[in-house]
Design a protein around this ligand. Structure first.
Ligand code: ADP
Length: 486
């Protein structure tokens, strides 16, 4: 099911080091998750390839750091504009390798353009401080300088935008980069890097190493090389812990956006139709494979049955299918490992008293990685889904009766990325927003992401904030200058 691209050259099958598109000693296959058909092969970069990419990024940093903020801003704006020009093609590439419906994939590409525009605006406005000294003869000021070469490691669930939000900030700050995209989804990264060169980003500023068999070595090199000054990672909490450990060897600056397990709470005074809409958006976007997807539904006993009836109807209306087929609203999950996890969580929920309302089975007639969007009620804290992220199209609803009880349950996990709740009560809205142990909250909405919002988590969901006016902080270091006049 190869899409027709108006710019077929956007589908790159080589990696990018110092402006040169090249292969590696071996290569690996990338598959369409909907069919498992091979899309193509890309280089399987080794540690030595990664060292080379790091070295050229270090070399490029010497000059790129001295570009003016206005020059970097112009590059990002041009890049954004190329992304918009080619958003149809890029959307097809994202959809093909990730499986998400084209409309979602296209939206992701536009979000990348918005990221670059945002950081193109931020670059010239990002300044140091002048500070009053306690000593009348001393002047204090700070300079914000780019941290250096950034290692960027990203997941497959947003193959384009997870990279954009990191590389946009890095370039705005004056950093250079080595990107390691997920092996499931390298093509979006390569296409974006290709357009960066077209926008005039100098050679060596953005390098992309694709790898599959050597992931551990490539990751280790990025995390331990003394030439790399920062690691930014989005992915699972266990890999985040591993990389943090590795990065400690050279005390790198790190920012991590790790797993979530978002609570989605519906209080008795909520607008139920809005809550259903929010639940659909938050749970089923990307087939439940976004890190801010609702994973645990808590519904007040008074509105439980109404919510469940309406939620079940909305879920039944989803149209699973190939992401590039007209009318598809729900794609596959990424691979057999994901299928196994969803299947396990469904089985476990049913074994722990769950009641199946909709779905519950693989949709094998559509392909090996399709699982029916599923709703289970009678949720409780013994179920795996209430302890770990499912990362799939499974919604489990638990009943609750008091605010204190639901907040306690919502906070009972080690992670804290996003949380959602629906209420019309202003006092409750404030108190619950303050009490939930998460980095981001949606009140009466299931869709929170935009570039203006500081994106990131607390607890084992990581640290650092992407996008927003804080987004550049993670890519810069503050240098303090004290000048004596006496
Ligand atoms: P997921 O289970 O969603 O694939 P991961 O945390 O395993 O989440 O993957 C996120 C990113 O981290 C991907 O780019 C993946 O290739 C990369 N990755 C996985 N294992 C390692 C590792 N040991 N070192 C460096 N990067 C890794």
């Amino acid at each position: 099911k190869m899409p027709q691209l108006s710019r077929p050259d956007l589908l790159r099958d080589k990696m990018l080091i110092n402006g040169v598109w090249r292969g590696a000693a071996s290569s690996f296959e990338v598959t369409d998750p909907a069919t498992t058909a091979v899309i193509g092969t890309v280089p399987d970069a080794t540690r030595a390839d990664t060292q080379e990419a790091i070295e050229v990024a270090k070399e490029a940093f010497k000059s790129f750091r001295h570009k003016t903020a206005r020059e970097r801003s112009d590059l990002l704006r041009k890049w954004a504009s190329l992304l918009r020009d080619h958003s149809q093609d890029l959307g097809r590439i994202v959809s093909l390798e990730n499986g998400k419906p084209f409309a979602e994939a296209h939206g992701e590409v536009l979000a990348c353009a918005q990221n670059f525009e945002w950081f193109s605006e931020s670059a010239p406005h990002y300044t140091g401080d002048t500070i009053a000294s306690q000593n009348p003869n001393v002047r204090l000021h700070t300079i914000k300088q780019p941290v250096g070469v950034c290692g960027i490691i990203t997941p497959w669930n947003f193959p384009a935008s997870m990279i954009a939000r990191k590389v946009g900030a890095a370039l705005a700050a004056g950093c250079t980069t080595v990107i390691k995209p997920a092996s499931e989804t390298p093509y979006s990264a390569l296409a974006m890097a290709y357009l960066a060169a077209e926008a005039g980003v100098p050679d060596g500023v953005i390098n992309v190493v694709t790898t599959h068999s050597n992931t551990k070595d490539v990751g280790h090199e990025l995390c331990t090389s003394p030439l790399v000054s920062k690691i930014t990672f989005t992915g699972s909490t266990p890999i985040g812990k591993l990389l943090m450990n590795q990065a400690a060897s050279t005390v790198k600056k790190v920012s991590f956006e790790l797993g979530g397990n978002a609570p989605f709470i519906i209080f008795e005074d909520a607008d139920i139709d809005k809550a259903v809409q929010g639940a659909m958006a938050s749970k089923f976007r990307g087939s439940g494979q976004t890190c801010i997807c609702a994973n645990r539904f808590f519904v007040h006993e008074k509105v439980h049955d109404e919510f469940v009836t309406k939620f079940a109807a909305a879920i039944s209306n989803l149209k699973p299918g190939h992401g590039l087929d007209e009318g598809t609203t729900q794609g596959p999950v990424i691979n057999s490992k994901s299928m196994a996890k969803v299947t396990e969580h469904v089985k476990d929920a049913l074994a722990n008293g769950g009641k199946l309302v909709v779905g519950g089975e693989p949709l094998s007639e559509l392909g090996p990685n399709f699982f029916a969007p599923t709703l289970i009620t009678n949720g409780n804290q013994n179920m795996k889904v209430f302890k770990e992220e499912t990362f799939g199209p499974l919604a489990v609803v638990a009943k609750f009766s008091s605010d204190a009880e639901v907040v306690e349950h919502a906070n009972s996990v080690e992670v804290g990325l996003a949380g959602y709740f629906f209420t019309k009560d202003l006092v409750r809205a404030n108190l619950v927003a303050e009490a939930l142990e998460v980095g981001m909250i949606g009140i009466n909405t299931g869709l929170i992401t935009e570039v203006a919002l500081p994106f990131g988590g607390i607890k084992e969901s990581g640290f650092g904030r992407e996008g927003s006016r804080y987004g550049l902080d993670d890519y810069t270091v503050i240098k303090t200058v004290a000048t004596s006049l006496a």
